[in-house]
Ligand binder design. Structure first.
Ligand SMILES: Nc1ncnc2c1ncn2[C@@H]1O[C@H](COP(=O)(O)OP(=O)(O)OP(=O)(O)O)[C@@H](O)[C@H]1O
Ligand SMILES: [Mg+2]
Length: 241
């Protein structure tokens, strides 16, 4: 099984859009894809209903398992998992999350989406980087295309490396049709600063409200063959280190 942690430089950068779109591209290439949002916050629908990120991920991957398996741990307040958990008086249930992860082991690909960025805590002692290390997941960083992204992207890549996590690359989400100077120069500058490939520029659309729209945007901005080749190269390197 090939795993991937889809994280980002911030909340709202396009992690769900990129993960759902990539899941669809992998599905269409013939892979059996699983998706997991270990903790989803900011949703208080009844149990058995779909929280929005989990729904888009599942529709992207075309999986038909129940919402509890895609989003095993949900909180109403739109906060970092540890903060939401403390305020709700209900710790993040790592047993449930591990069970959901184990259930996905027969897939060819499993995409895991963080809530917020890599250093966001789930418990007193575990952040998303720890989860990626525990599950041996390389990291894909979703970033904004514009001014400010160099620092955010560098810090995220640097933190991943400091925790021993291989970084597959960066995907810029929301790349405009007419990029300004920062947007034009950022892809090459990210590669120069971070020593990772920019694997995609997902175009900015008026809105993306479904997995189909996410898939169409990701298909336009990311070449699956390039992603797969880079992933394979990184796995070989990790094996030989
Ligand atoms: N390329 C795009 N063009 C237009 N809208 C986009 C694009 N990418 C993302 N969006 C929109 O931006 C918002 C945030 O995107 P998304 O939910 O994927 O971010 P996220 O990083 O997963 O956020 P969270 O931290 O809440 O999980 C959503 O409303 C989404 O539809
Ligand atoms: Mg999301």
């Amino acid at each position: 099984m090939n795993g991937l942690l889809v994280t980002g430089t911030d909340t709202g950068v396009g992690k769900t859009v990129v993960a759902a779109g990539l899941a669809r591209l992998l599905h269409e290439a013939g892979y059996r894809v699983g998706v997991l949002k270990p903790v989803e916050t900011g949703w208080e629908g009844p149990p058995g209903n779909w929280p929005p990120d989990a729904r888009m991920l599942a529709e992207g991957a075309r999986v038909d398992n129940p919402p509890e398996q895609v989003a095993p741990c949900v909180y109403a307040e739109p906060l970092a998992p540890l903060v939401a958990a403390r305020r709700a008086g209900r710790p993040v249930d790592l047993e449930r999350i591990e069970a959901a992860w184990r259930w996905l082991q027969d897939r060819d690909w499993v995409l895991v989406e963080t809530a917020g960025g890599l250093s966001v805590p789930l418990t007193d002692t575990l952040d998303y980087a720890s989860l990626a290390a525990r599950w041996k997941l390389p990291v894909l960083v979703v970033s904004r295309p514009g001014l400010g992204t160099l620092n955010h992207t560098f810090l995220t890549v640097h933190y991943a490396r400091s925790r021993g996590l291989p970084v597959v690359g960066v995907v810029l989400c929301g790349y405009p049709e007419q990029p300004d100077v920062a947007e034009q120069t950022n892809p090459a500058m990210i590669e120069e600063m971070c020593h990772v490939p920019v694997l995609g520029r997902v175009p900015r659309r008026p809105a993306i409200t479904s997995a189909d729209e996410a898939a169409a945007a990701v298909a336009e901005g990311l070449r699956l063959e390039a992603f797969l080749a880079r992933y394979e190269e990184l796995q070989q390197r990790v094996l030989h280190d």
